[in-house]
Design a protein around this ligand. Structure first.
Ligand code: AMP
Ligand code: FES
Ligand code: ZN
Ligand code: ZN
Length: 315
């Protein structure tokens, strides 16, 4: 197969786009697509001060490096969950990219604040590790934005993540989540920063190819607690549909965004601002909560640890 642009031997075929590229032209194609997504959905606006949530995986590290290449300077935030070698190696990869692009990263260490790793925190809360981890991540990411004046939190969620989540929500008609998976969420002034997912329309395979071709060293392992069995099943099902009908995943997600735009246009009420709008504020720390103490403060209280949320700064 030949590269669509230069006619040299192609290194990657993109069946969903009915095309193929050599390394150089794939990088150009990929960056252009992300740039178009950012512009089309107004993800990054003039005057924004973005921060990237970096996990050490291919998605977030590629996003961080790609933004730098596009001339969008962004610092990073990493939440160290204290999961043995997985967390240690993740941080090493993050620091290497931080050094390479000359940006700093704010690091929140779960074990330093909670005096135990995320699995032990979860046990005390009687929750699954990733449920406790999600709550802590949301809290500290929001806190760093508000405290340090970043008005936009960018994450590396990709097309496959979003399609699997949407598939699950449609399959079980989880109406409470169905319309809350937008490509961006508006800010709740002074309490929650804006959020956006620039890789929303990029498949996992494309992002992995981008990372490898551009020499970004990332951690291959996924967090041992991150993906539920159901998500993996949905990804496999969507993968086989994609195999026989290339482009289906992209159509599914683009159709969702189009539908969401129409709903927002016809009923621009609060409900469709997504999950970013707080319903109440924590009596202890003032950050958003469903009412009473927020999950973060409740956890500290349960563990009889005084409030703290310290960050280490690297770079
Ligand atoms: P996941 O839910 O693990 O697929 O992660 C989705 C996105 O959340 C990643 O692309 C990152 O942007 C962000 N993220 C996940 N884990 C962490 C972490 N420990 N620290 C900072 N950001 C994270
Ligand atoms: Fe949530 Fe690992 S425990 S990503
Ligand atoms: Zn080429
Ligand atoms: Zn609180």
């Amino acid at each position: 197969m030949k590269c669509r642009v230069c006619g040299e031997t192609a290194s990657i075929a993109l069946r969903s786009h009915k095309t193929a590229f050599c390394d150089t032209h794939f990088l150009i194609f990929f960056e252009k697509r992300v740039q178009t997504t950012i512009r089309r959905y107004g993800l990054i606006r003039a005057g924004d001060r973005p921060i990237v949530a970096v996990s050490g995986g291919k998605d977030s590290l590629s996003l961080w490096a790609l933004l730098q290449r596009m001339g969008i300077a962004a610092d990073g935030i990493y939440v160290n969950l204290g999961i043995g070698d997985y967390s240690r190696v993740s941080l090493e990869k993050i620091k290497a990219v931080a050094d390479a692009i000359g940006r700093k990263v704010h690091i929140f260490h779960v074990p330093a604040t909670f005096q135990r790793d995320i699995t032990e925190v979860a046990k005390v809360l009687r929750r699954a590790p990733c449920s406790a981890c999600g709550m802590i991540k949301r809290y500290v990411m929001n806190k760093i934005c508000i405290e340090k004046g970043y008005n936009l939190l960018l994450t590396g969620h990709n097309l496959d993540d979003e399609a699997a989540a949407l598939f699950g929500n449609v399959l079980y008609w989880k109406k409470e989540y169905l319309w809350k998976k937008d490509i961006s969420l508006e800010e709740d002034e002074g309490h929650l920063s804006r959020k956006a997912k620039p890789f929303f329309l990029c498949s996992e395979r494309e992002v992995a190819a981008y990372a490898i071709i551009s020499g970004i060293d990332y951690i291959y392992e996924e967090c041992p607690f991150s993906k539920g069995a159901k998500t993996i099943t949905y990804k496999n099902i969507l993968g086989s549909i994609e195999e026989s009908s290339p482009g289906t995943k992209l159509m599914f997600i683009k159709g969702y965004l189009k539908e969401l735009e129409e709903i927002k246009r016809s009923s621009p009420h609060e409900g469709f601002r997504g999950s970013n709008a707080g319903t109440g504020y924590c009596g202890a720390c003032g950050y958003p909560s469903g009412g009473g103490l927020c999950g973060y403060c409740r956890t500290l209280e349960k563990l009889e640890i005084p409030y703290s949320a310290e960050f280490e700064e690297y770079g």
